[in-house]
Design a protein around this ligand. Structure first.
Ligand SMILES: NC(=O)c1ccc[n+]([C@@H]2O[C@H](COP(=O)([O-])OP(=O)(O)OC[C@H]3O[C@@H](n4cnc5c(N)ncnc54)[C@H](O)[C@@H]3O)[C@@H](O)[C@H]2O)c1
Ligand SMILES: [Zn+2]
Length: 360
């Protein structure tokens, strides 16, 4: 088992990678949590893993109440947060009673938000069960729900007390969900770690066949990189923006496709365009977009619009980025690679060059 420490003063916590779900209970003992505990999950994950977790928690002396939220992004809402509050209140939960999120990013974000706000904050533990949740959403403390007018519009920074990752749960994950998570792993290589990028190039088959060592290594490196960035900039005053590499164009594509495209797929296309833009602007040599495109495609992820069966209009994409721009008071900052392993975050990017690339 590997531990990644997230050092944030009194909000510090450990990410434990590799131990089985059966040890969840003993691994959260000693955190000073209340005995009464709510396990929040969805029907899909409940069917597969809730019993193992629940038994382990009970064996460690916790009294477990399960809260089941329907599966799907459309349930990451204030209404469902409210249903969680209601269940906690009916069952006399208090300020020490922990919430445990067992599931992907949807369950993690929703449960984290409920934990951040119920009685002004109760302890929270994450047990991520998708690759995306392991390498991204469960690390860093962003929690939240969607509003009808926009994704993740309501939220809070709120760190968990611990994050527990059992890699074997990824065996039941649908292939597209695994690949979607891989897009974020590839992102970490490009923004911060050329050795990780090389490793991903050289070990694709092992990783995609869920070889325990290979998977353990990429999950751990991803968590270390994200944790390192978050430790330096918990609330996104600066550095944390590098995590948005591939997300500017990616988000515009997700919007154009009405969120029918998996997040990682949109980010994959976004990373390819960001790398091309960087080259067009003279920030990096031609090998960078070539390698980015090659790795994205080797992991079965889309590199362009042909995979969508439709090409969103360039104007539509640029307009969406414009809307994002307003939200950030005037300047959308683009994350552009200088080389594999290093990026620049800049408000000075060539809009026309991107237009040309998107239209080509
Ligand atoms: N907080 C953050 O920093 C952050 C970062 C990135 C993404 N997110 C959020 O994460 C969410 C996406 O997360 P996601 O990709 O994990 O999606 P998800 O939570 O919807 O999970 C994807 C699907 O996989 C199923 N599933 C989960 N674990 C499984 C398993 N082990 N075996 C079989 N099926 C399983 C789920 O039931 C679901 O149907 C979005 O809401 C996004 O906004 C948050
Ligand atoms: Zn992302």
């Amino acid at each position: 088992m590997h531990t990644v420490d997230v050092s944030l003063g009194e909000r510090s916590y450990a990410i434990e990678i590799g131990a089985g779900l059966e040890s969840a209970g003993e691994r959260i003992q000693g955190l000073g949590l209340g005995r009464k505990l709510a396990l929040v999950t969805n029907p899909t994950v409940k069917e597969l893993y809730a019993q193992r977790v629940s038994e382990s928690l009970k064996a460690a002396g916790f009294q477990v109440m399960s809260i089941i939220v329907p599966d799907g992004e459309q349930h990451k809402t204030l209404d469902w947060a409210n249903s969680i509050y209601t269940a906690l209140l009916i069952n006399n939960f208090d300020r020490k009673s922990p919430l445990v999120a067992l599931g992907g990013g949807v369950i993690g974000d929703l449960t984290g938000f409920a934990a951040a706000t119920f009685m002004r904050g109760v302890p929270f533990v994450q047990i991520p069960t998708t690759l995306l949740a392991m390498v991204d959403s469960s690390v860093g403390g962003k929690t939240g729900v969607n509003h009808p007018m926009g994704k993740n519009m309501i939220g809070a920074f709120y760190q968990p007390k611990k994050v527990l990752m059992d890699l074997s749960v990824l065996k039941s994950l649908p292939r597209e969900e695994l690949l979607s998570g891989m897009a974020e792993v590839i992102k970490y290589g490009i923004i911060r770690d050329p050795a990780l990028f090389d490793y991903l190039e050289a070990n694709r088959e092992k990783i995609l066949s869920l070889d325990n060592d290979a998977l353990g290594f990429v999950v751990r490196r991803s968590c270390e990189i994200k944790a390192d960035v978050v430790m330096q900039d918990e609330r996104e005053a600066g550095l944390r923006a590098i995590l948005n590499f591939g997300h500017t164009v990616g988000h515009a594509i997700e919007t154009a496709e009405n969120y029918t495209l998996r997040h990682g797929y949109a980010v994959a296309i976004g990373m390819v365009y960001a790398a091309r833009l960087a080259h067009r602007m003279g920030l990096c040599d031609a090998l960078v977009p070539e390698r980015v495109e090659r790795i994205v495609s080797s992991y079965g992820l889309p590199t362009g619009f042909s995979a969508l069966g439709r090409r969103p209009s360039t104007t539509e994409l640029m307009d969406t980025m414009q809307v994002d721009k307003k939200a950030e008071s005037g300047k959308v900052k683009f994350v552009l690679p200088k080389r594999i392993g290093d990026v620049a975050v800049t408000p000075e990017w060539e809009e026309q060059a991107l237009r040309d690339l998107l239209t080509a």
